[in-house]
Design a protein around this ligand. Structure first.
Ligand code: KG4
Ligand code: ZN
Length: 344
């Protein structure tokens, strides 16, 4: 089976061809970072227009570099939510158009489910597993029991961790996206010079809260008179911020593993997905915590942790194999929690 996957829910216009033997035949990602950088974050209207400009070219590239043709496809999957609705509509309409023209099965892909199943494409692992989805829009632990069987174990009560990285970077003038910039600065910085909180550390449950951490960063910056914060100050603040994130992740993951274990006595793995999973310190903390608790740790390669079309194509393969296809009248959904996904 050869499937085209289309992803347009945030600031990447992406398309990919994946086959059911787990081969990624092509994976084209057109990033809009340069267009959003002057604003320090993703601007929905700019994103929607940029997706419209790029979508045809990106899909064509995916088909050509996979050495395939539209009439070789066995199905189409396109992200239909959750995400910025202007972008989602562009990808969903393109996918539906191709499926309609070629009379192919269509999968209305949930972006979170696509992240959740990526590890089955890259590492061929069995259900169930414990997933930490940590991106610019989400920070949650999910028990992945099977296809379309997800249980939320913990979630952020306010900001996502990626958002906290992005806002910290913006306040320090480090550009967008903030995660990689903060990580780079943190490598040179001193942990402990600035004091930042570790929200919810030591509390029961596996929820997160990052808005207080973000506010604490702002208070530290405001202590400097305008224009006097040095490069060294910025690196030390980034180091402390990243360490706070690592400490919180470690603490919450221990609790999430305990909750997962109560439901699932044997087997399993800790899996990470989403853009923040590209952070080496966070990966290391997750790996150590998993191993301490007797769980294997699995992280897809960084380019498949951030948004891409291959994860959407793979979700298409998993769903089409089970007969879980969608009608072309499926309405894209800006909000679409995993808990609302069930077998139809
Ligand atoms: O999954 P993703 O590509 O898009 C969605 O949000 O769905 O994740 C992007 C997020 C951004 O907030 C970005 O700053 C963060 O992932 N990120 C990182 C790193 N690389 C990307 N955060 C921390 N460290 C990184 N190295
Ligand atoms: Zn994502």
């Amino acid at each position: 089976m050869i499937i085209l996957g289309i992803e347009t829910s945030c600031d990447e216009t992406a398309a990919s061809i994946v086959s059911s033997d787990r081969k990624i035949r092509s994976n084209i990602v057109y990033s809009q970072i340069e267009q959003h950088a002057p604003y320090g974050g993703v601007v929905p209207e700019i994103a929607a227009r940029a997706h419209m400009d790029a979508i045809d070219w990106v899909i064509r590239q995916a088909i050509e570099s996979a050495n395939t043709a539209f009439d070789q496809l066995d199905g189409v999957a396109a992200t239909c939510g959750p995400g910025l609705i202007g972008g989602v509509l562009v990808g969903a309409m393109a996918g539906k158009g191709i499926a309609a023209a070629l009379s192919l099965p269509f999968v209305a892909a949930n972006h979170l489910e696509a992240h959740a199943l990526t590890v089955r494409l890259t590492n061929n692992i069995e259900f169930p597993y414990l997933l930490l989805l940590v991106s610019g829009g989400h920070t949650q632990f999910i028990q992945v029991k099977g296809l379309a069987e997800y249980e939320l174990i913990g979630s952020t009560m306010d900001d996502a961790l990626g958002e906290a990285f992005d806002k910290t970077a913006k306040m320090l003038g480090l550009g967008f996206p903030g995660g990689p910039a903060v990580e780079k600065m943190a490598k040179k910085g001193l942990i402990g010079r600035f004091m930042l909180p570790r929200p919810l550390r030591g509390r029961s449950g596996a929820d997160f809260s990052f808005s207080g951490l973000k506010t604490a960063v702002r208070h530290q910056i405001e202590k400097f008179s305008p224009g006097t914060i040095s490069e060294k100050d910025k690196t030390d603040l980034c180091a402390e911020f990243q360490q706070a994130a690592v400490d919180v992740i470690r603490d919450r993951t221990v609790n999430a593993i305990e909750i997962f274990r109560e439901k699932q006595r044997t087997g399993g793995a800790l899996v990470v997905a989403g853009g923040v999973a590209a952070n080496a310190s966070i990966r290391k903390a997750l790996e150590e915590t998993a191993l301490d608790h007797g769980l294997p740790f699995i992280a897809p390669p960084a380019d498949l942790c951030t948004d891409n079309g291959a994860m959407v194509a793979w979700l298409g393969i998993e769903r089409i194999r089970m007969g879980l296809t969608d009608g072309l009248d499926f309405k894209p959904r800006p909000r679409w929690p995993l808990s609302e996904l069930s077998r139809k």
